[in-house]
Design a binder for this molecule. Structure first.
Ligand SMILES: *[C@@H]1O[C@H](CO)[C@@H](O)[C@H](O)[C@H]1NC(C)=O
Ligand SMILES: *[C@@H]1O[C@H](CO)[C@@H](O)[C@H](O)[C@H]1NC(C)=O
Ligand SMILES: *[C@@H]1O[C@H](CO)[C@@H](O)[C@H](O)[C@H]1NC(C)=O
Ligand SMILES: *[C@@H]1O[C@H](CO)[C@@H](O)[C@H](O)[C@H]1NC(C)=O
Ligand SMILES: *[C@@H]1O[C@H](CO)[C@@H](O)[C@H](O)[C@H]1NC(C)=O
Ligand SMILES: *[C@@H]1O[C@H](CO)[C@@H](O)[C@H](O)[C@H]1NC(C)=O
Length: 415
């Protein structure tokens, strides 16, 4: 592989030599000394002061590129456009024990992408809150992923990065509140702060991020209610606020998210029943609301209107009343979780006819009467049909081989 690369590099060199005659390759694409010094000092800050770029990479954007550095030509000069730090490739530069943000980072005039993966892992480091505004006219993507040693707050200085389209701070050790003016980042398409220790509320200003496609604040310690502005993010495709401490009711305004395909609000403290407006989210494929004390009944929703649903997880939500027959019209449904509620009444046999269903959990409820699904259904589903812990439920044993019986359900007594 490597020798193959070297070969094509040589071929390229020959072609350049042919087209440019005797030109020295440093002249083909020169780099300003200040840009090169900034790049080298920045990298030394991350990988350690032992690293000597001028030795190994005299021409970092040309013939001897540095793994993780991408360049482009502006007005005839090379500039760094992307820096990807961390072990993403075999020959990537690994980060040092003591990672440092050098001032040179903020001198890279055309830096559009900056990512750190598994870099800050040892000694705790906070994100420098200094000169981010100097990158405000160029930076479009900023990512810190899997950096457990990255602690402290999300610097409010990030608010000045007005060209930012993707802000991803996932699986780090960040704490404190989400900067209140995060809504100033009006070009954002992806905002993902999942898997940190962020607390406080979801800032109301997110409602101004009108181009947002993905909002993922899951697995933090966020509290308070859902901001009303969420309902105006009409481009949104995915909204994941699961595993926080959010309270209050499901917003009626969420119904305005016509393009949303994923809504995950599971494992919070939301209450006050299902919002009927949810059924106007026409594109929704995954609705996951489990582990919230929502309570109320399922039959007040017109489930047949949510015909795109593939995953519907409503486990552990304190629902009572019957399982509505309209759920049997969700023909794309593959996963139906209704377990650990207080649902009562009998199950419609139509539910067993859902053509795509591969898992159906309704254990831990108070269903009554006879289960009249076919032996073929029980056999096909195995333990992925969960009906145990419904003390007053039994299955019709007529014409059913004992090996096909639903797990944990007793046979009905013969009449
Ligand atoms: C890197 O190595 C070169 C050549 O060995 C040397 O001239 C230069 O001073 C070194 N730079 C640093 C920053 O150590
Ligand atoms: C963000 O927006 C707020 C309110 O619109 C404004 O007061 C503030 O100066 C803005 N911050 C930046 C860094 O642009
Ligand atoms: C968030 O956590 C910090 C400690 O990291 C604490 O000082 C602060 O009071 C908390 N804020 C809220 C709103 O809970
Ligand atoms: C919703 O999706 C459709 C089809 O992809 C697209 O044409 C439309 O612009 C989207 N709406 C918004 C508000 O982004
Ligand atoms: C379960 O539902 C019944 C009515 O179907 C109600 O009487 C009972 O209080 C509910 N139990 C719980 C724990 O919510
Ligand atoms: C289950 O339903 C029966 C009536 O069908 C009722 O008597 C009983 O209290 C219910 N159990 C619970 C835990 O709600």
């Amino acid at each position: 592989m490597r020798s193959h690369k070297r070969l094509s590099l040589c071929l390229l060199l020959v072609m350049v030599c042919f087209s440019h005659g005797q030109e020295d390759y440093a002249e083909v694409a020169p780099m300003e000394k200040s840009e090169m010094d900034s790049l080298f000092s920045t990298i030394r800050g991350f990988v350690g002061s032992w690293w000597n770029g001028s030795d190994l990479y005299p021409d970092p954007c040309g013939w001897t590129p540095i793994q993780g550095v991408t360049c482009d030509i502006f007005d005839g000069l090379w500039y760094v456009t992307a820096l990807n730090i961390g072990p993403t490739h075999d020959n990537s530069l690994a980060c040092a024990q003591h990672v440092e943000f050098k001032p040179g980072l903020f001198e890279l005039k055309h830096l559009a992408t900056l990512t750190f993966y598994s870099c800050f892992t040892a000694k705790p480091v906070t994100i420098s809150s200094l000169s981010w505004s100097r990158l405000s006219s160029s930076l479009r993507t900023l990512e810190f992923r899997s950096n457990p040693g990255l602690t402290g707050h999300v610097p409010p200085a990030f608010e000045s990065l007005r060209k930012l389209e993707s802000l991803v701070l996932v699986e780090n050790g960040l704490s404190g509140e989400i900067p209140r003016n995060v809504g100033n980042l009006s070009r954002l398409k992806r905002l993902s702060l999942a898997g940190n220790k962020l607390n406080g509320t979801v800032p109301e200003s997110v409602g101004r991020l009108s181009e947002l496609l993905i909002l993922d604040l899951s697995r933090n310690m966020l509290s308070g209610t859902l901001p009303v502005g969420l309902g105006s993010l009409s481009s949104l495709l995915k909204l994941d606020l699961s595993y926080n401490q959010l309270s209050g009711t499901l917003l009626e305004q969420l119904g305005g998210l016509k393009n949303l395909t994923l809504l995950d609000l599971s494992s919070n403290r939301l209450s006050g029943g299902l919002a009927r407006s949810l059924q106007s989210m026409d594109s929704l494929e995954e609705l996951v609301l489990s582990n919230n004390p929502i309570a109320g009944e399922l039959r007040f929703m017109d489930w047949e209107k949510m015909g795109q649903l593939v995953i519907l997880d409503l486990a552990s939500m304190g629902f009572s009343g019957p399982v509505p027959e309209s759920m049997s019209e969700l023909t794309r449904l593959r996963f139906l979780g209704l377990n650990d509620n207080n649902l009562s009444g009998s199950l419609s046999p139509k539910l067993a006819a859902l053509p795509s269903l591969t898992a159906f959990y309704i254990h831990g409820n108070n269903l009554t009467g006879d289960l009249t699904f076919s032996g073929h259904f029980y056999l096909k589903m195995g333990r992925r049909f969960g009906a145990w812990r419904n003390p007053n439920l039994c299955y019709s044993a007529q014409r059913l081989a004992s090996t096909d019986a639903p797990f944990g359900v007793k046979p009905c007594r013969p009449y």
